[in-house]
Every structure is written in structure tokens, then in C-alpha cells.
Design a protein around this ligand. Structure first.
Ligand SMILES: [Zn+2]
Ligand SMILES: [Zn+2]
Length: 354
């Protein structure tokens, strides 16, 4: 099967000439188009023939080494959707021809106190799709039926379902963790793939709430307005009203300072990302206890998702008829998709078609 494979931690840049920057390779094409054997499903696994896979900012963190690679080489991609081609002998919840998808959670131990309390996202043995196990930048992948998602036909075409697997599911978890209630104001910092879905969820779940979007890129601010934002501005701009709840998806620190300053008393900021880049860490030194944290303001992070998040979110996406705005790239030009994601070329979600 054809696959895009990460073999070495690489700094992505937009110059076509590869080179070494210190100990790290720099390249505009960190993934290699490779032929791999089609994986064989174990007794509880399904083999998915992948139609599309979403491209996530986490792949940039993996490729550039901000997330430690559990193994290399690896097929990245944790938003694959497709058709079940083969099932293991003990599989009961899928059959050949079903539509299936995988999310960031590839497996967990199933026995620890987190796993037995519907918090398998926090399991010490949490394994991630496309990181611990080969993921969706390929024609096929295997995953246990316990961690795969059944994709109902009424969710629409698979290209539009792919970004829901991470941007949608983790976006949903982060929205739930804010403690939002109808009527409270919500601030969204960064307006990439996740937040262009979160704003649709918020409109449906909290119709009386105002939604403020803070984004650097004018194209993203325009998309936010099209999707019903009540106010849009740059990261350091201020709406007339502060927010009760906020979510930050940006890879840097500056928006965290602004988001905290902009929270009402008792407000909560949820940080939805795995790693921050460190080049603007100086903003942390400017943190002022009174301005940024006092009056019972909270910061919470979101880590991974649970199986229940995936199932609940799919039901919600069906009700909303959620439609991500997608830009599609063929599998073999995944490097271009990653580069475009890094420089913020087009708003919405990027997918690879396979
Ligand atoms: Zn992701
Ligand atoms: Zn566990």
C-alpha cells in the first residue's frame, strides 16, 4: 500500500533545499512517499480502507519533535475515515463495508482507575493513532473495534467527516471542559480547523451565548463572521464585554496572556493543544497575578479524548449537520498540506484524499 512516512524528526521550512540546522534535519518535505505491506487485523481489529484523512497541527508537533516520537518510522494521521475491508474473527460491532473512522485515541490499558472511570484519555498507557501506531496517511490501517468509530451514513460524505475525527472530537471535549452554559460568553483564540467546528457546536448548544473570535489571520476572521461570530478581532483586540469561558488553540503564549486578562471573574480558559512552541515564552514572565489570575480565574488543559467523547460528538455532529470547510490534497502531496498548515494559507480544515 502507498503511505506517507515520517522517518526522521525534521524542521519544516518552505525552501526547497534540505539542510541541517544544528542536529535537526530541515526540509520542505519531511514525509516520504513509501510502499508498505497492508497491515493484518488482529482478532479484535478492523482493517479500514481509508478514503480521507484530516491534517492536524499535531502532525507538525510530531514531525518537528515537540512531541517525542514513541517510534520511527511512523505513518502519521489521526483523522482517517473509510470503509471496513476486513474484520478480525472476534469483531462484533463492525462488518465488511461499514463506514469507520479513527481518532487520536488508538488504545488504553482498560484496567486502571482512569480507564474504569471513563477517563481513558488520562491513562498512563494511552496510545495515540499515528504516533504509537501507524495512522491514516496511508491506504489502509488497523485499529481495535473498541476504539474505532462507526460513521453513520447521514453524517455525509467521508471527505467532510475526516476533520471531525480530531478537530471535531477534541474541540468538543475542550468546549465541554470550559463549563459553558447557555447565555455565557465564549472566547475562541485561534480560528483553525478545531474552532471553525467549535463555533458551530456552540451556536447549537448555547444559542443565547455570544461568541467572540480572536485570530491573527484576516481570512480566518472572515470565516468566523460567516459562521456567526458576534465579534471578531486580532489576538490583542478587545470586544466590549469580557468572556466567561475561553479556548486557546494557538501554538504560542501571547494569546494566553490576552485570554486570561480578558476573562471575567471566575472564568475559565481551556488550552486545547499538546505542545506550545517556545519562541515567545517571554510572555510568561509578564504574567501578573492580579491581572491574569486573581478573582478565581482558572486555566485547564485538554488532553486527548475518551471513547465517549467520540460517540457523543458523532451524535451532535449529526444533529447539527456539521459541515467543515475543507481544502483537499492528494495523499502524495501531504508535505504541501503540512507546509500550508504551518503558514496558515487557507482557513478551515485540510484533508488528504486517498
Ligand atoms: Zn489532531
Ligand atoms: Zn488505563
Amino acid at each position: 500500500m502507498k503511505a506517507m512516512v515520517l522517518k526522521e524528526i525534521t524542521r519544516i521550512h518552505d525552501n526547497k533545499k534540505p539542510g541541517r540546522k544544528g542536529a535537526i534535519m530541515t526540509s520542505h518535505s519531511p514525509l516520504e512517499f513509501t510502499d508498505l505491506p497492508v497491515p493484518t487485523p488482529g482478532p479484535k481489529d478492523i482493517l479500514i480502507k481509508i478514503s480521507a484523512c484530516g491534517v492536524c497541527h499535531t502532525e507538525l508537533d510530531q514531525i518537528e519533535g515537540r512531541i517525542r516520537a514513541p517510534r520511527l518510522p511512523i505513518v502519521p494521521g489521526h483523522q482517517p475515515v473509510g470503509i471496513v475491508e476486513k474484520i478480525g474473527e472476534n469483531v462484533t460491532s463492525f462488518k465488511k463495508g461499514d463506514r469507520a473512522g479513527a481518532t487520536w485515541i488508538y488504545s488504553s490499558c482498560g484496567k486502571c482507575s482512569f480507564c474504569t472511570n471513563e477517563l481513558e484519555n488520562l491513562c498512563y498507557d494511552f496510545k495515540a493513532t499515528g504516533s504509537h501506531a501507524d495512522g491514516g496517511y496511508a491506504e489502509y490501517m488497523v485499529i481495535s473495534e473498541n476504539y474505532a468509530l462507526n460513521i453513520p451514513v447521514d453524517l455525509g460524505d467521508l471527505n467532510h467527516v475526516a476533520p471531525l475525527m480530531c478537530s471535531g472530537t477534541v474541540g468538543y471535549r475542550s468546549l465541554m471542559l470550559t463549563g459553558m452554559k447557555n447565555g455565557k460568553t465564549l472566547g475562541l483564540y485561534g480560528f483553525g480547523s478545531a474552532h471553525h467546528l467549535v463555533i458551530q457546536m456552540a451556536e447549537y448548544l448555547y444559542p443565547a451565548s455570544k461568541r467572540f473570535v480572536f485570530a491573527r489571520n484576516p481570512k480566518e476572521r472572515k470565516l468566523a463572521l460567516d459562521l456567526g461570530a458576534d465579534w471578531v478581532g486580532d489576538i490583542d483586540e478587545r470586544p466590549l464585554e469580557k468572556t466567561d469561558c475561553a479556548i486557546d488553540t494557538t501554538p504560542v503564549w501571547r494569546p494566553v496572556a490576552y485570554a486570561l486578562e480578558n476573562l471575567k471573574r471566575g472564568g475559565r480558559l481551556v488550552m486545547n493543544l499538546i505542545r506550545k512552541e517556545n519562541y515567545d515564552r517571554k510572555y510568561l514572565l509578564k504574567f501578573d497575578y492580579e491581572k491574569h489570575l486573581w478573582m478565581e480565574k482558572e486555566i485547564k488543559t485538554v488532553a486527548n479524548i475518551t471513547r465517549k467523547d467520540g460517540l457523543t460528538f458523532i451524535e451532535l455532529a449529526k444533529k447539527i449537520e456539521m459541515k467543515p470547510k475543507i481544502t483537499a490534497y492528494p495523499l502524495e502531496v501531504a508535505n504541501q498540506a503540512l507546509l500550508d498548515l504551518k503558514v496558515g494559507k487557507t482557513p478551515g480544515s485540510k484533508i488528504l484524499t486517498i
